[in-house]
Design a protein around this ligand. Sequence first.
Ligand code: BV8
Length: 236
Amino acid sequence: MIDIKKNIFILTGAGVSKESGIETFREKDGLWDNFRIEDVCTIEAFIKNPQFVNDFYNQRKKKMNDLKVKPNPAHEKIANLENKWQGEFLLVTQNIDNLHEKAGSKKIIHMHGTLEHAYCMNCNEKYKLDFELNVDFICKRCNSKGQVRVDVVWFGEQPKGLDLIYNFLNKTDIFLSVGTSNNVYPAAGFIDYLNKTNRKAELYEFNIDKTNKSELFTKSFIGPASETLKKFVSSI
Ligand code: BV8
């Protein structure tokens, strides 16, 4: 029986947004079937072909802002859980979309950044990303051209909020991993960390398939997160 007075850590990945119509990365016809990581998701890619990288994110932002893209029941159940939770609650997402926020989630860390902001690599000026990223963009603060990039974490860059995340993992009683292939570190290592340091924690995985980390979980709930999470949250 899940005790809502305990501390819960929820990790989500692209699978939680799949049923909202946003493609994942590593499934068939996912983003990495159509783009190479090294062409769009590293600083080297941006330096080599900045507009190609800008357009990769301009496209994803456009899709995210598309009226048809809405939170699905998986996002809603996670927000419901936060509302009724009495212990400490933390949602950490690898996703850069804003569907958790739209569903009402409050305590969120976007550890790989979001499509909401951009910043100048020359002077660190921060921008609300309500414009198309373009290499001709002149930074308002330092006047440098083409230095403004999307505020997401590329491969080889340090994810955000790691201190907060590991502090919370050290007091986690219940861990839910929802819609992630658990391929990308350090997020993929959270379950290993809990297995090593926190024998008592209850560890639940929600995915349409088994993942390469499934054997580290107390239980895997196989099926679309909108259904499996609905059942899980209603049972609490
Ligand atoms: C870092 C940017 C150090 C934003 C992303 C060798 C071993 C270990 C590690 C490494 C290594 N070589 C290199 C590394 C490090 C590297 C890494 O992990 N590489 C991997 C590929 C091996 N990691 C890094 O570089 C990280 N940084 O380590 O920095 C450092 C430290 C200090 C100081 C300086 C540097 C940075 C990683 C972040 C990279 N950026 N995205 C964007 O463009 O979106 S990663 C990208 O993958 C996204 O963020 C995505 O969220 C993330 C993880 O993917 P998933 O979310 O899991 O998506 P995926 O498609 O894989 O899976 C979807 C799942 O959903 C599937 O399992 C599917 O079955 C399931 N599903 C589908 N539908 C549903 C469903 N589940 C439920 N319901 C459904 N309906």
